[in-house]
Design a protein around this ligand. Structure first.
Ligand SMILES: Cc1cc2nc3c(=O)[nH]c(=O)nc-3n(C[C@H](O)[C@H](O)[C@H](O)COP(=O)(O)O)c2cc1C
Length: 660
């Protein structure tokens, strides 16, 4: 690392337990689903090695199975001897980078993000999970003791294999959280009752791990700072719990997380619908009450200056980064080298979380290479032959393909009818909560400039414009447009009085004047942009109503973000009416709109309607480029290929850019 002086606090060493960390950057635990058959894989090792090479001084792994009752197929099992070669490789690839590797020990207990109940759940008490309503089988006294003994043995194994420590997670509604919380723990044995009883599972576990592994082994505790549930753990309780744990046990650092497995789940992963680094103040207050132990700040800290300021203000001693290190493993390296503009920043879309809860490997909207062996500070390799490449469309798929193709040595032109790059993502970034999305196309624009892409802004390229450049390859990244809901009266379209949500948003962002009356969104989309638009309309109209034929809104948004939408809508008063549709018999006159139930056909009306707009699945239109395929190699990418997610668009552009 060359010049860490820009961030003197971030790059100052820190003593944690008996060990010295080279800087203050810590990778927070995140499930990756990169293991296979309970063992480490090369992809998993790539993932962690990259974060260590990229500058983190401490990495907390995803949760591993350390107790014998734990056998989840997507978690690395560490309680058997057969795991040792894999664990040793894991430790070696991280520790050799002067980065301390800590395994996270926890169990979800009764907590479950997926739909349905978990019949295998074990828990502190026979009380329903606040989200899935799973009632766990209660761990007996003996089972708790066995779990503690198993986990201590597993820590010994970790240490033997080269790990520097373990983080015991009692946050996020995990099993140990379920012991700590008076709301979740009604045990009558010594692991329940008063604060000391509820903390006992952790104090005994810490003591057992210390006895097995000694003072050298780092023990971290992830604790609830405010779990968002009445009668559970608020900031005051958090301080009492932490104080007790520190007096009765011997932890080397503390990290506080918010939310739980409940309607407060959205607090796990704050996004830009709220302030940046929203938990720093709470962390600072807890730190004041807990002198003498390093405290890790966590939650939507994405910017190095922000991180340095948090440390400078004494609000925390370590900066925990989760999503930002998924997006860019070289975050630390680039900060140290003064290359902040080269960072691909987290856009807090929570697609990573959606991926793992949908049982896919960790992936990212703004990093198409998560888990690749060459992920750190990646730059394209040069092609053997220089081609002429024309990209039509400067959305995130087109721009990703363009900058990579140019960096590979090709001569690349990009045409866009718009005056700026970014396409529909730019529009999304202007809606409430979307601000960080600009990082996707800002990075691409910078990389495109660096690699010599010729950007033709404000040019709607015709087939002849493309032909005139005699390209070897043409990338059609022209996007897709929302289509008119087929059953909706075409007379409304002909009258031009009903626009699709995107056209509507462009107008609203332009005028931004408050209007009286009700704005109605006919939602046949169910993705994030529709609800961000509803929030903008809420600022402009007296009332906002979402009509949808589905049985719920925001169904295609990651659950953790969906709960945030529902929370905000509750406060804002944005209404939704489900299982309804607009059809050819729907009325729209004198400010009244008629709709009907999809099953019964029963009609109802909304009065005082000032605006009606619709959001539908998009459809591409490539007719303007028909015939090109006989003259050049054609790649159709992003929404133009198949309308999909932001992640699908960047990934597709990335793939095609690399194969040109
Ligand atoms: C995809 C994903 C998976 C996560 N899995 C875990 C986990 O298994 N254990 C845990 O303690 N926290 C988990 N977290 C929470 C993070 O450790 C962290 O507390 C949270 O992401 C806030 O930090 P950030 O804003 O820097 O992402 C996960 C977060 C994400 C995004």
């Amino acid at each position: 690392m060359r010049d860490p002086s820009r961030y003197p606090h971030l790059f100052a060493p820190l003593i944690v337990g008996t060990r010295t960390l080279r800087n203050r950057i810590a990778h927070l635990s995140m499930t990756t689903r990169m293991s296979a058959d309970r063992r480490v894989t090369d992809t998993l090792l790539n993932y962690y090695a990259s974060r260590a090479q990229g500058g983190a001084a401490l990495i907390v792994t995803e949760p591993v199975s350390g107790a014998r009752f734990q056998n989840a197929p997507h978690k690395v099992r560490i309680w058997d001897e057969a795991s040792e070669p894999g664990l040793a490789r894991w430790a070696e690839c991280v520790e050799r980078e002067d980065c301390r590797l800590l395994a996270q020990l926890q169990d979800p207990g009764r907590g479950r993000h997926e739909r349905g109940r978990n019949p295998d759940a074990l828990g502190a008490s026979a009380l329903a999970d606040d989200l899935s309503w799973t009632v766990p089988h209660v761990l007996s006294l003996e089972a708790v003791e066995r779990m503690i003994a198993d986990l201590a043995q597993s820590c010994r194994r970790l240490q033997r294999c080269g790990f520097s420590g373990a983080e015991l997670s009692a946050a996020h509604g995990h099993l140990f959280h379920q012991f700590l919380s008076p709301w979740m723990n009604t045990r009558e044995d010594r692991y329940g009752g008063d604060l000391a009883g509820r903390c006992r599972v952790l104090t005994e576990l810490m003591a057992a791990v210390r006895a097995e592994c000694g003072a050298e082994f780092i023990i971290g505790l992830k604790l609830p700072g405010d779990d968002g549930l009445d009668g559970s753990i608020g900031p005051h309780d958090a301080a009492s719990i932490a104080r007790h744990l520190l007096s009765a046990g011997s932890a080397d650092y503390l990290c506080f997380a918010q939310g739980s497995h409940s309607y407060a789940l959205d607090r796990h992963l704050p996004d830009l619908h709220g302030p940046r680094a929203p938990y720093v103040d709470l962390t600072r207050r807890l730190k004041l009450e807990l002198p003498g132990i390093p405290i890790m700040a966590a939650g939507l800290i994405t910017d190095p200056a922000e991180a340095d300021a948090i440390l400078a203000a004494g609000a925390a001693d370590l900066i925990g980064l989760g999503r930002p290190l998924v997006t860019d493993p070289a975050w630390g390296l680039k900060c140290a080298e003064g290359r902040e503009a080269d960072i691909r920043y987290c856009v807090s879309c929570n697609s990573c979380w959606a991926a793992i809860t949908e049982h896919r490997a960790l992936s990212c909207d703004n990093n198409p290479r998560v888990g690749a062996s060459d992920e750190v500070d990646w730059w394209p390799t040069r092609a053997t032959e220089r081609k002429r490449v024309v990209v039509v469309g400067a959305g995130i798929a087109g721009m990703e393909a363009a900058w990579i193709a140019a960096a590979r040595g090709h001569e690349v032109w990009v045409f866009t009818a718009a005056g700026e790059v970014g396409g529909k993502t730019r529009l999304l970034s202007r809606l409430p909560g979307g601000e960080a999305l600009s990082s996707i196309y800002d990075y691409q624009a910078l990389a495109a400039k660096k690699s010599g892409v010729r950007l033709e802004l404000g040019v709607r390229a015709s087939i002849d414009d493309v032909r005139s450049l005699r390209p070897d390859s043409v990338v059609l990244a022209v996007g897709a447009e929302m289509s008119w809901p087929r059953a909706m009266p075409s007379s409304w379209r002909d009258a031009g009085c009903v626009l699709d949500l995107r056209a509507c948003m462009l107008q609203m962002l332009e005028f931004r004047e408050r209007q009286s009356g009700t704005a109605v969104i006919y939602d046949r989309d169910a993705t994030e942009g529709t609800y961000a638009a509803a929030e903008l309309l809420d600022r402009l109209f007296d009332r906002v109503v979402i009509l949808t034929p589905r049985d719920r809104i925001a169904e295609d948004v990651p659950l953790v973000s969906r709960l945030g939408i529902l929370r905000r809508f509750a406060f804002q008063g944005v209404e939704s009416i489900t299982l309804v549709e607009l059809d050819e018999n729907s009325r729209l006159e004198d400010g009244v709109i008629g709709y009907k139930n999809i099953y019964t056909g029963k009609a109802a009306e909304i009065a005082d309607v000032a605006l009606l707009t619709y959001a539908t699945p998009r459809a591409p239109d490539l007719r303007a480029f028909r015939g090109l395929e006989t003259e050049a190699e054609i790649h159709v990418i992003g929404d133009a290929y198949a309308p999909g997610t932001t992640m699908a668009a960047t990934a597709h552009g990335h793939r095609v850019g690399n194969c040109l």
